[in-house]
Design a protein around this ligand. Structure first.
Ligand code: SAM
Length: 227
């Protein structure tokens, strides 16, 4: 069985992905064969000599829009039972539940918009899901695509070294994670809570649960009521 996830990204700025996908966990995930990235320059799917990817908006108004033709061409060339995701401020807001669901997909195609966005026919005919990374507007879909990729690749089994780091992190069980400390135990007269130095794992566990709950109530009470 092929356990490798394949992610195709369609963009007009392919170089933006090089530094991010070739460092740290993303680089290791590829080296371990857990994920393969294919970055496609949308201009390669144009048919005019100027390799034009945008055009004026019908009905008037300022700004340009991404033309449908190159995106349709790119998807036709790539589609291999993949889920097609458009990065869009109008999409579902990304959260850990969506990340978990998408991390189980084998093939994803991400479309990065620019200008005023993409022609509506792209949404209607090609896109399975629209994802937003938050209620603000960026200039392009590249950074959102990188956020999405980073968040889901780390959940692919075997990508992170220590499995436990996934079990106890924020948003698991609708909680934020408890506070952490490292050496030294006394730093500029600021002391690490005694219980963490006690070696009593049950007590440590109880303290962590209590702190996680306290922190969630203070910072994100909405999480406690979410499904
Ligand atoms: N005119 C669009 C609107 O008002 O909904 C905004 C277009 S935005 C300037 C250009 C592109 O950036 C979008 O097509 C999308 O791909 C990307 N983008 C911007 N903000 C985003 C967000 N919060 N989440 C995901 N993608 C975003």
């Amino acid at each position: 069985m092929d356990l490798t996830m394949r992610i195709d990204i369609i963009t007009i700025f392919p170089k933006m992905f090089e530094p991010v996908l070739n460092e740290s966990i993303m680089r290791r995930a590829q080296a371990k064969g857990k994920v393969k990235f294919f970055i496609h320059d949308l201009r390669d799917y144009t048919s005019d000599k100027h390799r034009k990817v945008d055009d004026r908006v019908f009905g008037g108004g300022s700004g340009m829009l991404m033309r449908p033709e190159p995106i349709f061409n790119a998807i036709a060339k790539l589609k291999r039972q993949a889920k097609v995701i458009l990065l869009s401020p109008q999409g579902k807001k990304l959260d850990q539940k969506i990340v978990k669901r998408l991390s189980k997909e084998k093939n994803l195609i991400l479309i990065c918009g620019h200008y005023e966005g993409v022609d509506e026919r792209v949404r209607e005919k090609l896109v399975d899901e629209e994802i937003s990374i938050g209620d603000y507007v960026l200039t392009g879909g590249e950074l959102p695509a990188m956020v999405l990729v980073d968040s889901l690749v780390r959940l692919i089994p075997g990508v992170l070294g220590d499995k436990n780091s996934l079990n106890f992190e924020s948003f698991e069980g609708n909680l934020l994670e408890h506070p952490h400390y490292t050496r030294p135990a006394n730093f500029r007269r600021m002391k690490v809570p005694e219980v963490l130095l006690s070696g009593d794992h049950q007590k440590i566990e109880a303290w962590r649960k209590k702190e996680a709950l306290k922190r969630t109530k203070q910072r994100r009470p909405d999480l406690l009521n979410s499904k």
